[in-house]
Design a protein around this ligand. Structure first.
Ligand SMILES: NC(=O)c1ccc[n+]([C@@H]2O[C@H](COP(=O)([O-])OP(=O)(O)OC[C@H]3O[C@@H](n4cnc5c(N)ncnc54)[C@H](O)[C@@H]3O)[C@@H](O)[C@H]2O)c1
Length: 420
Protein backbone atom coordinates (compact mmCIF):
# COMPACT_ATOMS: atom_id res chain seq x y z
CA UNK A 1 0.00 0.00 0.00
CA UNK A 2 1.29 3.47 -0.93
CA UNK A 3 2.51 5.47 2.09
CA UNK A 4 0.20 8.47 1.46
CA UNK A 5 -2.70 6.03 1.61
CA UNK A 6 -1.31 4.58 4.83
CA UNK A 7 -1.14 7.98 6.46
CA UNK A 8 -4.59 9.05 5.25
CA UNK A 9 -8.00 8.56 6.85
CA UNK A 10 -10.48 8.11 4.02
CA UNK A 11 -13.47 5.98 3.15
CA UNK A 12 -12.44 3.98 0.10
CA UNK A 13 -9.40 4.34 -2.19
CA UNK A 14 -11.09 2.30 -4.92
CA UNK A 15 -13.36 5.31 -5.63
CA UNK A 16 -10.35 7.22 -7.02
CA UNK A 17 -11.09 6.78 -10.78
CA UNK A 18 -14.54 8.40 -10.36
CA UNK A 19 -12.99 11.27 -8.34
CA UNK A 20 -10.31 11.68 -11.01
CA UNK A 21 -12.98 12.20 -13.68
CA UNK A 22 -14.70 14.86 -11.51
CA UNK A 23 -11.40 16.70 -11.04
CA UNK A 24 -10.67 16.52 -14.80
CA UNK A 25 -14.05 18.09 -15.54
CA UNK A 26 -13.55 21.11 -13.28
CA UNK A 27 -9.88 21.54 -14.28
CA UNK A 28 -11.06 22.07 -17.86
CA UNK A 29 -13.17 24.99 -16.59
CA UNK A 30 -10.56 26.65 -14.38
CA UNK A 31 -8.29 28.50 -16.83
CA UNK A 32 -6.93 30.99 -14.28
CA UNK A 33 -5.77 28.22 -11.96
CA UNK A 34 -4.35 26.39 -14.98
CA UNK A 35 -2.23 29.43 -15.85
CA UNK A 36 -0.99 29.68 -12.26
CA UNK A 37 -0.27 25.98 -12.14
CA UNK A 38 2.01 26.33 -15.18
CA UNK A 39 3.84 29.24 -13.46
CA UNK A 40 4.13 27.35 -10.18
CA UNK A 41 5.54 24.27 -11.93
CA UNK A 42 8.37 26.41 -13.29
CA UNK A 43 9.00 28.64 -10.27
CA UNK A 44 8.41 26.16 -7.40
CA UNK A 45 7.42 28.88 -4.87
CA UNK A 46 6.59 26.33 -2.17
CA UNK A 47 9.60 24.04 -2.57
CA UNK A 48 10.35 22.25 0.70
CA UNK A 49 7.20 23.62 2.41
CA UNK A 50 4.09 21.92 3.75
CA UNK A 51 0.55 23.16 3.36
CA UNK A 52 -2.65 22.02 5.07
CA UNK A 53 -5.89 22.88 3.29
CA UNK A 54 -9.21 22.78 5.17
CA UNK A 55 -11.95 23.48 2.61
CA UNK A 56 -15.05 21.76 1.24
CA UNK A 57 -13.49 18.63 -0.20
CA UNK A 58 -14.95 18.44 -3.66
CA UNK A 59 -13.41 18.57 -7.14
CA UNK A 60 -12.53 22.30 -7.33
CA UNK A 61 -10.74 22.17 -3.98
CA UNK A 62 -8.90 19.06 -5.16
CA UNK A 63 -7.63 21.00 -8.15
CA UNK A 64 -6.43 23.82 -5.88
CA UNK A 65 -4.59 21.25 -3.73
CA UNK A 66 -2.91 19.89 -6.86
CA UNK A 67 -1.97 23.41 -7.97
CA UNK A 68 -0.28 24.12 -4.63
CA UNK A 69 1.51 20.78 -4.88
CA UNK A 70 2.64 21.62 -8.42
CA UNK A 71 4.37 24.62 -6.80
CA UNK A 72 6.57 22.30 -4.78
CA UNK A 73 4.61 21.95 -1.52
CA UNK A 74 3.71 18.74 0.23
CA UNK A 75 -0.03 18.97 0.86
CA UNK A 76 -2.53 17.47 3.31
CA UNK A 77 -6.28 18.15 3.34
CA UNK A 78 -9.12 18.00 5.88
CA UNK A 79 -12.78 18.94 5.45
CA UNK A 80 -14.33 22.23 6.49
CA UNK A 81 -17.78 20.60 6.65
CA UNK A 82 -18.64 16.93 7.27
CA UNK A 83 -21.43 16.81 4.70
CA UNK A 84 -19.66 18.41 1.73
CA UNK A 85 -16.84 15.86 1.48
CA UNK A 86 -16.97 13.73 -1.67
CA UNK A 87 -15.29 10.40 -0.90
CA UNK A 88 -14.33 9.71 -4.52
CA UNK A 89 -12.55 13.06 -4.89
CA UNK A 90 -10.65 12.53 -1.64
CA UNK A 91 -9.60 9.06 -2.85
CA UNK A 92 -8.27 10.57 -6.10
CA UNK A 93 -6.19 13.07 -4.11
CA UNK A 94 -4.67 10.34 -1.98
CA UNK A 95 -3.88 8.21 -5.00
CA UNK A 96 -1.81 11.09 -6.40
CA UNK A 97 0.18 11.70 -3.22
CA UNK A 98 -1.91 14.22 -1.24
CA UNK A 99 -2.60 13.14 2.34
CA UNK A 100 -6.29 13.35 3.30
CA UNK A 101 -8.27 13.02 6.51
CA UNK A 102 -11.99 13.21 5.76
CA UNK A 103 -15.07 11.27 4.87
CA UNK A 104 -18.61 12.17 4.00
CA UNK A 105 -20.94 12.26 6.99
CA UNK A 106 -18.17 12.38 9.63
CA UNK A 107 -19.55 12.71 13.16
CA UNK A 108 -18.53 15.81 15.13
CA UNK A 109 -15.87 13.79 16.94
CA UNK A 110 -14.53 12.34 13.67
CA UNK A 111 -14.55 15.78 12.03
CA UNK A 112 -12.46 17.22 14.88
CA UNK A 113 -10.13 14.23 14.86
CA UNK A 114 -9.58 14.61 11.10
CA UNK A 115 -8.50 18.24 11.61
CA UNK A 116 -6.08 17.11 14.32
CA UNK A 117 -4.66 14.43 12.01
CA UNK A 118 -4.16 16.97 9.22
CA UNK A 119 -2.35 19.22 11.70
CA UNK A 120 0.01 16.34 12.57
CA UNK A 121 1.38 17.10 9.08
CA UNK A 122 2.99 20.20 10.70
CA UNK A 123 2.19 22.80 8.04
CA UNK A 124 4.20 25.89 7.14
CA UNK A 125 1.10 27.36 5.47
CA UNK A 126 -2.61 26.80 5.88
CA UNK A 127 -5.77 27.52 3.93
CA UNK A 128 -8.86 27.65 6.14
CA UNK A 129 -12.60 28.02 5.55
CA UNK A 130 -14.64 29.24 8.50
CA UNK A 131 -11.76 29.22 10.98
CA UNK A 132 -11.88 25.67 12.39
CA UNK A 133 -8.22 24.99 11.49
CA UNK A 134 -7.00 28.28 12.94
CA UNK A 135 -9.00 27.95 16.15
CA UNK A 136 -7.86 24.33 16.63
CA UNK A 137 -4.22 25.41 16.28
CA UNK A 138 -4.69 28.26 18.78
CA UNK A 139 -6.69 26.24 21.32
CA UNK A 140 -5.32 22.71 21.11
CA UNK A 141 -2.12 22.67 19.06
CA UNK A 142 -0.22 25.70 20.32
CA UNK A 143 3.12 24.00 19.61
CA UNK A 144 2.35 24.71 15.91
CA UNK A 145 2.20 28.49 16.44
CA UNK A 146 5.95 28.77 15.89
CA UNK A 147 5.83 26.42 12.89
CA UNK A 148 2.97 27.97 10.87
CA UNK A 149 4.22 30.94 8.88
CA UNK A 150 0.82 32.14 7.75
CA UNK A 151 -2.39 31.30 6.01
CA UNK A 152 -5.39 32.44 4.02
CA UNK A 153 -9.06 32.40 5.05
CA UNK A 154 -11.83 31.71 2.55
CA UNK A 155 -15.08 33.00 4.00
CA UNK A 156 -16.87 35.91 5.73
CA UNK A 157 -17.54 33.95 8.92
CA UNK A 158 -13.89 32.85 9.26
CA UNK A 159 -12.68 36.42 8.81
CA UNK A 160 -15.03 37.66 11.53
CA UNK A 161 -13.42 35.14 13.90
CA UNK A 162 -9.89 36.08 12.78
CA UNK A 163 -10.54 39.80 13.27
CA UNK A 164 -11.81 39.07 16.79
CA UNK A 165 -8.60 37.13 17.54
CA UNK A 166 -6.48 39.90 16.03
CA UNK A 167 -8.34 42.54 18.11
CA UNK A 168 -7.65 40.51 21.29
CA UNK A 169 -3.95 40.12 20.36
CA UNK A 170 -4.44 36.33 20.14
CA UNK A 171 -3.56 35.66 16.50
CA UNK A 172 -0.27 33.73 16.30
CA UNK A 173 0.60 34.22 12.59
CA UNK A 174 -0.43 36.40 9.64
CA UNK A 175 -3.71 35.50 7.91
CA UNK A 176 -4.82 36.87 4.54
CA UNK A 177 -8.55 37.62 4.25
CA UNK A 178 -9.25 36.13 0.82
CA UNK A 179 -13.01 36.70 1.20
CA UNK A 180 -12.49 40.46 1.28
CA UNK A 181 -10.82 40.61 -2.15
CA UNK A 182 -13.10 42.06 -4.83
CA UNK A 183 -12.47 39.06 -7.09
CA UNK A 184 -13.88 36.91 -4.25
CA UNK A 185 -17.05 38.41 -2.83
CA UNK A 186 -18.30 40.08 -6.02
CA UNK A 187 -18.30 36.75 -7.83
CA UNK A 188 -18.11 33.83 -5.40
CA UNK A 189 -20.43 35.13 -2.68
CA UNK A 190 -22.86 36.78 -5.09
CA UNK A 191 -22.97 34.74 -8.32
CA UNK A 192 -21.53 31.51 -6.90
CA UNK A 193 -23.87 31.30 -3.92
CA UNK A 194 -26.73 32.70 -6.00
CA UNK A 195 -26.55 29.88 -8.53
CA UNK A 196 -25.44 26.96 -6.37
CA UNK A 197 -28.01 27.52 -3.60
CA UNK A 198 -30.80 27.18 -6.13
CA UNK A 199 -29.08 24.20 -7.73
CA UNK A 200 -28.97 22.54 -4.28
CA UNK A 201 -32.60 23.34 -3.46
CA UNK A 202 -33.96 22.30 -6.85
CA UNK A 203 -32.05 19.03 -7.17
CA UNK A 204 -32.98 18.09 -3.58
CA UNK A 205 -36.69 18.95 -3.68
CA UNK A 206 -37.51 18.57 -7.39
CA UNK A 207 -40.15 21.32 -6.87
CA UNK A 208 -40.98 24.42 -8.89
CA UNK A 209 -39.67 27.85 -7.79
CA UNK A 210 -41.82 30.10 -10.00
CA UNK A 211 -44.74 31.59 -8.09
CA UNK A 212 -43.39 30.63 -4.66
CA UNK A 213 -42.74 33.16 -1.91
CA UNK A 214 -39.05 32.95 -1.06
CA UNK A 215 -37.74 34.51 2.16
CA UNK A 216 -34.03 35.44 2.10
CA UNK A 217 -32.56 36.31 5.51
CA UNK A 218 -29.46 38.46 5.14
CA UNK A 219 -28.91 40.83 2.20
CA UNK A 220 -25.12 40.75 2.15
CA UNK A 221 -23.11 39.58 -0.86
CA UNK A 222 -24.50 36.04 -0.68
CA UNK A 223 -28.08 37.11 0.04
CA UNK A 224 -28.08 39.49 -2.94
CA UNK A 225 -27.06 36.61 -5.24
CA UNK A 226 -29.66 34.23 -3.80
CA UNK A 227 -32.44 36.85 -4.15
CA UNK A 228 -31.36 37.84 -7.67
CA UNK A 229 -31.47 34.25 -8.91
CA UNK A 230 -34.82 33.64 -7.15
CA UNK A 231 -36.20 36.59 -9.09
CA UNK A 232 -34.91 35.06 -12.33
CA UNK A 233 -36.67 31.79 -11.44
CA UNK A 234 -39.99 33.61 -11.04
CA UNK A 235 -40.31 33.69 -7.25
CA UNK A 236 -41.77 36.47 -5.11
CA UNK A 237 -39.04 37.58 -2.73
CA UNK A 238 -39.07 38.87 0.83
CA UNK A 239 -35.82 40.04 2.42
CA UNK A 240 -35.26 40.04 6.22
CA UNK A 241 -32.41 42.22 7.49
CA UNK A 242 -31.13 43.91 10.66
CA UNK A 243 -29.10 46.52 8.78
CA UNK A 244 -31.19 49.51 7.66
CA UNK A 245 -28.92 50.30 4.70
CA UNK A 246 -29.05 46.73 3.35
CA UNK A 247 -32.83 46.73 3.89
CA UNK A 248 -33.13 49.93 1.81
CA UNK A 249 -30.96 48.33 -0.87
CA UNK A 250 -33.20 45.24 -0.98
CA UNK A 251 -36.29 47.46 -1.25
CA UNK A 252 -34.75 49.49 -4.12
CA UNK A 253 -33.77 46.22 -5.82
CA UNK A 254 -37.49 45.49 -5.93
CA UNK A 255 -37.97 43.11 -3.01
CA UNK A 256 -40.36 43.20 -0.07
CA UNK A 257 -38.77 43.87 3.31
CA UNK A 258 -40.21 42.77 6.67
CA UNK A 259 -39.23 41.16 9.97
CA UNK A 260 -38.89 37.36 10.07
CA UNK A 261 -41.94 36.98 12.30
CA UNK A 262 -44.14 38.43 9.52
CA UNK A 263 -42.27 36.67 6.70
CA UNK A 264 -42.56 33.36 8.55
CA UNK A 265 -46.34 33.45 8.10
CA UNK A 266 -46.28 33.78 4.31
CA UNK A 267 -43.06 32.16 3.06
CA UNK A 268 -42.91 28.91 1.08
CA UNK A 269 -39.10 28.62 0.99
CA UNK A 270 -36.73 30.15 3.58
CA UNK A 271 -33.00 30.64 3.00
CA UNK A 272 -30.77 31.98 5.77
CA UNK A 273 -27.45 33.52 4.74
CA UNK A 274 -26.45 35.87 7.52
CA UNK A 275 -23.43 34.29 9.27
CA UNK A 276 -25.45 34.75 12.48
CA UNK A 277 -27.34 32.34 14.75
CA UNK A 278 -31.02 31.58 15.44
CA UNK A 279 -32.36 33.50 12.45
CA UNK A 280 -35.30 31.08 12.26
CA UNK A 281 -36.32 29.80 15.69
CA UNK A 282 -39.29 28.53 17.73
CA UNK A 283 -41.47 31.67 17.44
CA UNK A 284 -41.10 31.49 13.64
CA UNK A 285 -41.75 27.73 13.30
CA UNK A 286 -44.94 28.23 15.31
CA UNK A 287 -46.52 30.48 12.65
CA UNK A 288 -45.26 28.86 9.45
CA UNK A 289 -47.54 27.49 6.74
CA UNK A 290 -47.66 23.74 6.39
CA UNK A 291 -45.22 22.63 3.69
CA UNK A 292 -42.66 25.37 4.29
CA UNK A 293 -39.14 24.44 3.20
CA UNK A 294 -36.19 25.71 5.26
CA UNK A 295 -32.53 25.78 4.40
CA UNK A 296 -29.31 27.57 5.22
CA UNK A 297 -26.47 28.88 3.08
CA UNK A 298 -24.49 30.61 5.85
CA UNK A 299 -21.24 28.99 6.91
CA UNK A 300 -22.34 27.25 10.11
CA UNK A 301 -25.45 25.18 10.82
CA UNK A 302 -26.62 27.62 13.50
CA UNK A 303 -28.94 29.84 11.44
CA UNK A 304 -32.01 27.57 11.54
CA UNK A 305 -32.42 26.43 15.15
CA UNK A 306 -32.79 22.69 14.57
CA UNK A 307 -32.90 21.88 18.29
CA UNK A 308 -35.97 24.09 18.78
CA UNK A 309 -37.49 22.68 15.59
CA UNK A 310 -37.08 19.11 16.82
CA UNK A 311 -38.43 20.05 20.27
CA UNK A 312 -41.61 21.54 18.77
CA UNK A 313 -42.21 18.59 16.45
CA UNK A 314 -44.27 15.61 17.53
CA UNK A 315 -42.56 13.45 14.91
CA UNK A 316 -39.77 13.67 12.40
CA UNK A 317 -38.48 11.50 9.54
CA UNK A 318 -36.34 11.66 6.42
CA UNK A 319 -38.63 11.85 3.37
CA UNK A 320 -35.99 12.13 0.62
CA UNK A 321 -32.20 12.27 0.75
CA UNK A 322 -31.33 15.58 2.46
CA UNK A 323 -34.97 16.39 3.39
CA UNK A 324 -36.20 15.98 6.97
CA UNK A 325 -39.90 16.37 7.69
CA UNK A 326 -41.00 17.79 11.06
CA UNK A 327 -44.68 17.32 11.97
CA UNK A 328 -46.22 19.59 14.61
CA UNK A 329 -49.07 18.55 16.94
CA UNK A 330 -51.55 20.69 14.93
CA UNK A 331 -50.70 18.66 11.80
CA UNK A 332 -48.50 21.28 10.07
CA UNK A 333 -45.34 19.96 8.44
CA UNK A 334 -42.12 21.82 7.71
CA UNK A 335 -39.12 20.49 5.84
CA UNK A 336 -35.44 21.12 6.60
CA UNK A 337 -32.85 20.58 3.86
CA UNK A 338 -29.37 19.18 4.48
CA UNK A 339 -29.73 19.30 8.30
CA UNK A 340 -29.50 23.09 8.13
CA UNK A 341 -25.93 22.96 6.82
CA UNK A 342 -24.80 24.90 3.72
CA UNK A 343 -27.43 23.70 1.24
CA UNK A 344 -25.32 24.37 -1.84
CA UNK A 345 -22.48 22.17 -0.60
CA UNK A 346 -24.19 19.60 1.60
CA UNK A 347 -26.94 19.01 -0.99
CA UNK A 348 -25.01 20.00 -4.12
CA UNK A 349 -21.55 20.40 -5.61
CA UNK A 350 -20.96 23.96 -4.42
CA UNK A 351 -20.18 26.94 -6.62
CA UNK A 352 -19.64 26.60 -10.37
CA UNK A 353 -16.06 25.80 -11.41
CA UNK A 354 -15.56 29.10 -13.26
CA UNK A 355 -16.39 31.05 -10.08
CA UNK A 356 -14.14 28.96 -7.85
CA UNK A 357 -11.41 29.43 -10.47
CA UNK A 358 -11.15 33.08 -9.36
CA UNK A 359 -11.47 32.36 -5.63
CA UNK A 360 -8.88 29.60 -5.68
CA UNK A 361 -6.54 31.68 -7.84
CA UNK A 362 -6.69 34.28 -5.02
CA UNK A 363 -5.92 31.50 -2.51
CA UNK A 364 -2.96 30.20 -4.55
CA UNK A 365 -1.52 33.70 -5.09
CA UNK A 366 -2.06 34.64 -1.43
CA UNK A 367 -0.08 31.58 -0.39
CA UNK A 368 2.70 32.53 -2.83
CA UNK A 369 2.66 36.05 -1.36
CA UNK A 370 3.09 34.56 2.11
CA UNK A 371 5.97 32.38 0.87
CA UNK A 372 7.67 35.48 -0.56
CA UNK A 373 6.72 38.18 1.96
CA UNK A 374 5.41 36.36 5.04
CA UNK A 375 8.51 37.19 7.08
CA UNK A 376 7.74 40.93 6.69
CA UNK A 377 4.20 40.55 8.10
CA UNK A 378 3.04 40.73 11.72
CA UNK A 379 0.54 38.48 13.49
CA UNK A 380 -2.50 40.19 12.02
CA UNK A 381 -5.25 39.85 9.43
CA UNK A 382 -4.20 41.31 6.05
CA UNK A 383 -6.15 42.23 2.94
CA UNK A 384 -5.26 40.47 -0.31
CA UNK A 385 -2.76 42.82 -2.01
CA UNK A 386 -4.42 44.91 -4.76
CA UNK A 387 -1.98 43.54 -7.43
CA UNK A 388 -3.23 40.00 -6.73
CA UNK A 389 -6.87 41.06 -7.20
CA UNK A 390 -5.92 42.77 -10.48
CA UNK A 391 -3.87 39.78 -11.66
CA UNK A 392 -6.80 37.43 -11.13
CA UNK A 393 -9.23 39.81 -12.86
CA UNK A 394 -6.89 40.19 -15.86
CA UNK A 395 -6.21 36.46 -16.16
CA UNK A 396 -9.96 35.82 -16.07
CA UNK A 397 -10.64 38.43 -18.78
CA UNK A 398 -7.97 37.00 -21.05
CA UNK A 399 -9.29 33.47 -20.52
CA UNK A 400 -12.65 34.81 -21.75
CA UNK A 401 -10.98 36.48 -24.75
CA UNK A 402 -12.13 39.90 -23.47
CA UNK A 403 -10.11 43.08 -23.75
CA UNK A 404 -10.70 46.43 -22.03
CA UNK A 405 -9.51 50.01 -22.45
CA UNK A 406 -6.48 51.49 -20.68
CA UNK A 407 -6.23 55.02 -19.24
CA UNK A 408 -4.40 57.48 -21.53
CA UNK A 409 -1.61 59.56 -19.90
CA UNK A 410 -3.95 62.59 -20.08
CA UNK A 411 -6.71 60.69 -18.30
CA UNK A 412 -4.32 59.54 -15.58
CA UNK A 413 -3.12 63.11 -15.06
CA UNK A 414 -6.73 64.40 -15.00
CA UNK A 415 -7.74 61.87 -12.35
CA UNK A 416 -4.70 62.69 -10.22
CA UNK A 417 -5.09 66.50 -10.38
CA UNK A 418 -7.10 68.73 -8.02
CA UNK A 419 -6.50 72.21 -9.47
CA UNK A 420 -8.11 72.03 -12.94
N1 LIG B 1 -22.94 28.99 0.90
C1 LIG B 1 -21.77 29.36 0.45
O1 LIG B 1 -21.18 28.75 -0.44
C2 LIG B 1 -21.14 30.60 1.00
C3 LIG B 1 -20.25 31.36 0.22
C4 LIG B 1 -19.70 32.53 0.78
C5 LIG B 1 -20.02 32.88 2.08
N2 LIG B 1 -20.85 32.08 2.82
C6 LIG B 1 -21.25 32.40 4.20
O2 LIG B 1 -22.52 33.06 4.12
C7 LIG B 1 -22.66 33.96 5.24
C8 LIG B 1 -22.96 35.36 4.73
O3 LIG B 1 -21.85 35.81 3.96
P1 LIG B 1 -21.89 37.25 3.22
O4 LIG B 1 -20.59 37.36 2.52
O5 LIG B 1 -23.15 37.45 2.49
O6 LIG B 1 -21.86 38.19 4.52
P2 LIG B 1 -22.26 39.74 4.62
O7 LIG B 1 -21.62 40.23 5.86
O8 LIG B 1 -22.01 40.43 3.32
O9 LIG B 1 -23.86 39.68 4.82
C9 LIG B 1 -24.51 39.17 5.94
C10 LIG B 1 -25.82 39.95 6.11
O10 LIG B 1 -26.61 39.32 7.11
C11 LIG B 1 -27.24 40.35 7.87
N3 LIG B 1 -27.67 39.83 9.18
C12 LIG B 1 -26.94 39.59 10.30
N4 LIG B 1 -27.72 39.16 11.31
C13 LIG B 1 -28.99 39.11 10.81
C14 LIG B 1 -30.24 38.77 11.37
N5 LIG B 1 -30.37 38.41 12.64
N6 LIG B 1 -31.34 38.83 10.57
C15 LIG B 1 -31.25 39.23 9.28
N7 LIG B 1 -30.07 39.61 8.70
C16 LIG B 1 -28.96 39.53 9.46
C17 LIG B 1 -26.19 41.43 7.97
O11 LIG B 1 -26.76 42.70 8.27
C18 LIG B 1 -25.56 41.39 6.58
O12 LIG B 1 -26.19 42.30 5.67
C19 LIG B 1 -21.37 33.83 6.03
O13 LIG B 1 -21.53 32.84 7.01
C20 LIG B 1 -20.38 33.34 4.98
O14 LIG B 1 -19.27 32.71 5.55
C21 LIG B 1 -21.43 30.98 2.30
Amino acid sequence: MDSTENRSTIRDISLAPQGERKIDWVANHMPVLNALRAEFEKEQPFAGKRAVICLHLEAKTAYLARTIRAGGAEVAVAASNPLSTQDDVVAALVQRGIEAHAWHGATDAEYRRHIQQALDFEPDYIIDDGGDLVTTIHRERRELLTRVKGGAEETTTGILRLRAMDRDGELGFPMIAVNDAECKYLFDNRYGTGQSVWDGIMRTTNLVVAGKTVVVAGYGWCGKGVALRAKGLGARIIVCEVNAIKANEAWMDGFEVMPMLEAAQVGDVFITVTGNRDIIRAQHFEVMKSGAILCNAGHFDVEVNRVELAALASSQRVVRPNIEEFVFSDGRKVYLLAEGRLVNLAAGDGHPAEVMDMTFALQALSLRYLAEHGAELGQHVYRVPEEIDQTVANLRLSSLGLRIDALTPEQKAYLAAWHE
